[in-house]
Design a protein around this ligand. Structure first.
Ligand code: ADP
Ligand code: ZN
Length: 754
């Protein structure tokens, strides 16, 4: 690619650019004679803006503006070749429009930090990557006295034996030094490797010889689709442990054979080291792994390697949907129902939805995989927009785990020799099951979706609870550090001696993971127990280490939040206990039931993935609730049919499009005023009621105060996004008049409703 000098240069040329500032719309600039005909779409340029200069992106020629307008000229290009490929510009234009976010800012959100500020082109980074490789049979347990080496080797083994040195160094502080020592000991080595496309290098041995019959069918359909060419979206609905990952791997392999690149989105890299390891070992240096903790330089290097086509496959978290993979053939979204694909700040995009748009623009295959597809995706499949691929049974015909209920109303948790202010939490059936499994040397996962020790402290005398001064929530009691903490703003203080109101004794109510861990340790003193939640997982490295040592069976019991429910494949786990299924049921969110079903299924799916069958025990006070009943009988289709009916009746997605307008401000009265004013302005722009667009609110948000800010919200519902565009345009027009002390955010296709 280079400059194509244009022969016929008109006297004046105009350029349309997106300015990397929070301003809406595209801007027209004059093209200086020296640049006429030489600008390339996506190129970063420097433009005068306001009183200073700004980074901008060239979008294409602009029509001659009305006479009399005085235009400024583009100052100079910041690079010789555009960092942004044209197909990404198309995707980002869609995103900016759909999510009502300024185009220039949208583009900046997509670019690696090195490219999102107005700096001149840097030295190209060398095309050689150093890989850290574990020696076969190396055992980290021999390194317990050298924690850095132990961690580095554990990490390597967890990701399949091999990882770029930069990645390792990011995950494990001091890894470079540790690698030097590991090489001296002969436990690991460094390999330099030119970044280049290539199939199956290194650890190819994990590729199973034969696919299961169902996998075979899915792969054959994907192959036909690749042969046919063009955009084709698929829902890969496969029960937990059915081998979905192998289907993704084959799809990516088939694309590579045809010279096409692939994009694979996963919810969270730290929680999916196994999946990353499988991609890494199958495709070696052809894979770029993109996660949120990458260093800027590394991110830029990955971007350039993908952009140039040296690396053909990107595996990454939601922001990887913008990775500049060339000649895209396959786009995979694993665990497509996962909430982490929705970004909750700045550009509030849903990576799964953009992934499908991207596949469409690139005429590629889109494969959305899950054991519990979102109702949005399911409905697309039901209407025939997505082809359905199914994996109904587990690999090797392993049985699905048996799921049993413990009705806490009848089976009260057993009285323990514990302080009276802590009511018991583990019922007799659960304790029996755990004892049995542990005595067989097998492993247990205990799941509870609340961290901390007790989720609220209540005064036994006056009934007051200990609340956050800045948020509309109770403080959680954490035993480690003896503190109380707000899970919304992070504010924490020492554990109070007594009730802040009357000084009376405090009851510790509402169980969190910390207490479950303590209870297990108390009940099973011989068991090796660990906890995986946001408090315990202080770094990606810590998470990987915990998961790796659980996989090596150095731990017997893992207690945790939804972090334990992700796609882990631990063959030693034969018992999964849900400590309380009810925590997510009562949330004021129309997806509460769907989320509960997904969580219970996902966490239950960790049981019985090895040769021994699995068992799941679910403790609940709501045994009749729809998600609980359906999870019990592995009845996804029954659950989703009912839930879809309910959504239709109540006009919720997927039968309705929604947009939330969130209003936040430090002064309660002013915030309420702005919300009401926005409500009036929006209501005035609603199409005739026959068009089915409705405005709900303004009303205080379910969490009416966070970090000292009052929160209000308005909800727009309509049959299509187009139907919402009039009222949303009105909100956008109002933004400029909102006082600076109030923040208004438009959230299209909102995720969490709190
Ligand atoms: P899912 O993502 O559907 O829960 P996985 O992809 O993790 O399931 O597969 C479950 C287990 O089965 C993994 O350990 C995987 O290595 C193994 N597996 C997958 N496909 C095959 C196959 N064709 N033959 C043998 N083992 C397989
Ligand atoms: Zn708070």
């Amino acid at each position: 690619m280079g400059y194509t000098p244009s022969s016929a240069v008109s006297s004046k040329a105009f350029a349309s650019v997106a300015v990397g500032r929070p301003v809406r719309g595209e801007f027209t600039y004059l093209v200086p004679a020296s640049l006429a005909g030489r600008l390339l779409v996506g190129q970063r340029v420097l433009v005068p803006f306001g009183r200073g200069k700004a980074l901008a992106f060239y979008l294409g020629p602009a029509p001659e503006p009305e006479a009399g307008l005085k235009l400024k000229a583009i100052e100079r290009p910041l690079e010789t070749e555009p960092s942004l490929p044209e197909d990404l510009i198309a995707l980002l234009r869609f995103a900016a429009e759909h999510y009502r976010y300024p185009l220039g800012e949208t583009i900046r959100c997509a670019l690696p930090p090195g490219l999102s500020s107005p700096e001149e082109e840097r030295e190209p980074v060398p095309d050689v990557v150093q890989f850290a490789v574990a020696q076969e049979g190396a055992d980290p347990n021999l390194l317990l006295r050298a924690p850095a080496q132990h961690a580095a080797l554990s990490y390597l083994l967890a990701v399949g034996g091999r990882a770029p040195l930069e990645e390792l160094d990011r995950a494990i502080p001091g890894a470079k030094e540790a690698m030097r020592r590991l090489s001296q000991r002969g436990l690991a080595r460094l390999e330099s490797e030119a970044v280049r496309p290539g199939v199956a290098e290194g650890f190819a041995q994990v590729r199973p010889e034969r696919l299961t019959v169902e996998q075979e069918t899915c792969v054959a359909k994907l192959e036909e689709a690749l042969e046919r060419g063009g955009f084709q979206p698929f829902l890969l609905h496969g029960v937990t442990g059915s081998g979905k990952t192998e289907v993704y791997l084959r799809a990516v392999e088939m694309a590579l054979e045809r010279g096409l690149g692939s994009l694979v989105l996963v919810p969270e890299i730290a929680l999916t080291p196994q999946l990353v390891g499988r991609f890494r070992s199958r495709f070696g240096a052809a894979v770029a792994v993109l996660h949120s903790a990458l260093k800027d330089r590394e991110r830029l290097r990955q971007w350039r390697a993908l952009r140039s086509g040296e690396v053909r496959i990107a595996v990454g978290v939601r922001s990887a949907v913008f990775a500049p993979v060339r000649e895209l053939g396959v786009v995979v979204v694993d665990e497509e129902h996962d909430g982490s694909f929705k970004q909750e700040e700045k550009l509030r995009y849903h990576a799964r939805d953009l992934a499908v748009v991207r596949a469409k623009q690139a005429s590629a295959l889109a494969v959305l995989g899950s054991a519990t597809p979102s109702l949005e995706t399911l409905e697309n499949a039901r209407r025939g927009r997505y082809q359905l691929l199914e994996l109904r049974s587990r690999v090797d015909d392993r049985p699905m785990p048996s799921i049993e209920l413990v009705d806490l109303r009848l089976t009260r948790p057993r009285e323990a020799q514990r302080p009276a202010e802590e009511p018991p939490i583990l019922s007799l059936p659960l304790l029996d099951a755990m004892g049995e499994v542990l005595s067989r040397g097998q492993q247990v996962i205990l799941f509870l979706n609340r961290r901390g020790h007790s989720t609220f402290l209540l005064c036994e005398v006056c009934g007051a609870s200990v609340r956050c001064a800045d948020c509309d929530v109770c403080l959680t009691h954490h035993l480690s550090g003896r503190k109380v903490m707000c899970h919304y703003c992070g504010r924490h203080s020492p554990e109070p001696e007594g009730c802040p109101e009357c000084g009376g004794p405090l009851l510790r109510l509402g169980v969190g993971t910390e207490r479950v861990e303590a209870e297990v340790a108390f009940r099973f003193p011989m068991a090796r127990v660990a906890r995986l939640d946001k408090d315990a997982a202080t770094s990606a490295e810590r998470v990987t280490e915990l998961l790796a040592s659980f996989a090596r069976r150095e731990l017997d019991v893992l207690v945790g939040t939804q972090m334990v429910a992700k796609g882990h494949d631990f063959p030693g786990v034969t018992l999964v206990c849900v400590v309380l299924a009810d925590t997510s049921l009562a949330l004021p969110d129309f997806r509460a039931s769907e989320r509960t079903f997904q969580l219970l299924t996902q966490v239950g799916g960790r049981a019985g993935r090895g040769k021994d069958p699995g068992r799941v025990l679910v403790q609940t006070y709501n045994p009749q609730s729809e998600p609980v009943v359906r999870v019990l009988s592995h009845d996804f289709s029954g659950f989703s049919a009912r839930e879809l009916e309910r959504r239709r009746a109540l006009a919720y997605p997927p039968f309705t499009r929604m947009a939330a307008i969130r209003v936040e401000g430090a002064h309660p009265a002013q915030t309420a005023d702005v919300a009401r004013w926005l409500g009036q302005r929006t209501a005035a722009r609603l199409p005739p009621s026959s068009r089915g667009v409705r405005l709900l609110g303004p009303a205080p948000a379910p969490l009416s105060r966070i970090k000292g800010k009052s929160r209000w919200q308005l909800l727009l519902k309509g049959p299509t996004h187009l139907a919402l565009s009039g009222p949303l345009a009105e909100v956008e027009a109002c933004l400029a008049k909102v006082p600076p002390s109030v923040r208004v955010v438009i959230d299209v296709d909102p995720g969490a409703m709190l």
